[in-house]
Design a protein around this ligand. Structure first.
Ligand SMILES: [Zn+2]
Length: 326
């Protein structure tokens, strides 16, 4: 048998960003979109690792929002693991920070204030957001079969680790089941998001939410890493499975519980926990020691997200409760 290498012309090439990547090869390519107004070129590194055998291509995407750190760390840990656990087959494409522009300033948006995830599939001649979306859509996504997009809660919102998939999309639901998150939320597609683009193309896509922006949450990273590992084993990129599925709690609807008055918010219910209707979720106090108002859950469900801001205005979203409804 021996180690006989196929001549290069017989190898199936994965083409990405105009470059060819051969079986067993690892390359760091650059997605070039624009220069900053300082003329500084901005390159977005795209790491492509191929296994020795043919197989599906998995995209790990993080940093679509420049202030969401948990996904960046999760992708780093997967790449670190590859050093001791090489791919068996297929291709791993890792973009740890898509919105490099936002990451430089630890901001969700691009420098022009636009949310990248509202500009897909983008255009070659549009705004910076539109151009970046277009570059990803035309130069990377054609090589991708399965996408895991990693996010965290915006601002002060702390998301309990959960996975979102698109209702009616059986490919993405199957992928979500393999990922096996603690909570699984069926969510409507946002217009012009990367999810809308990929679902329209019939590609499997799930969105992982965990922790909050501008913070590193070990629990979110651990749950994300476990799910990605399970997907990689399922696709045959790694040998597996390494652990048993625990079974996700399925949720299909969600509702925000809002502040009944302005003041200091003291959450008492644990993020991710199951709550009964009428259960106390926390309380709000006024700074002068005159008022205390309990915040009760209007429905039975699971807490998906908690507002960690200590000071809230009347009507502010406090806790996001998700439940299952036919
Ligand atoms: Zn995000």
């Amino acid at each position: 048998m021996g180690d006989r290498r196929m001549p290069a012309e017989h190898c199936t090439l994965v083409r990405i960003l105009g470059e060819s990547v051969r079986p067993g090869e690892r390359r760091t390519l650059d997605l070039q979109v624009a220069r900053l107004y300082t003329r500084t070129p901005v390159e977005i590194p795209v790491v492509v690792q191929r296994g020795p055998q043919e197989g599906p291509a998995l995209l790990l995407l993080a940093g679509v929002h420049g202030d969401e750190i948990n996904g960046i760390e999760t992708v780093r840990l997967v790449m670190d693991e590859l050093k001791v656990r090489p791919l068996e087959r297929g291709t791993l494409i890792a973009i740890p920070i898509l919105n490099v522009f936002g990451f430089l300033a630890l901001r969700r948006e691009l420098p022009d204030g636009r949310d990248l995830n509202r500009f897909f599939p983008g255009s070659a001649h549009g705004s910076l957001a539109s151009r970046l979306a277009h570059a990803l859509v035309t130069e990377v996504l054609p090589a991708v079969d399965v996408t895991i997009d990693l996010h965290s809660g915006a601002d002060q919102r702390h998301n309990h680790p959960h996975l979102r998939y698109t209702g009616g999309d059986t490919r993405s639901l199957a992928l979500a089941r393999v990922f096996d998150p603690p909570l699984l939320l069926r969510a409507a597609v946002r217009p012009k998001s990367i999810r809308e683009h990929l679902v329209r193309q019939g590609r499997a896509y799930v969105l992982f939410e965990g922790g909050r922006a501008r913070s590193l949450d070990e629990d979110a990273v651990r749950v994300g890493l476990r799910g990605i590992t399970r997907v990689m084993e399922h696709l045959g990129l790694w040998k597996g499975p390494s652990d048993m599925a625990r079974g996700a709690v399925h949720l299909s609807q969600s509702k925000w519980v809002r502040a009944p008055m302005a003041g200091i918010f003291h959450p008492t219910a644990e993020n991710g926990s199951h709550v009964a209707r009428g259960m106390v979720l926390g309380f709000i106090t006024d700074p002068y020691g005159e008022q205390v108002r309990h915040v009760k859950s209007p429905l039975e469900g699971h807490i998906l997200c908690v507002n960690t801001s200590p000071v809230v205005n009347h009507g502010d979203a406090l806790m996001h409760i998700a439940y299952d409804a036919p």
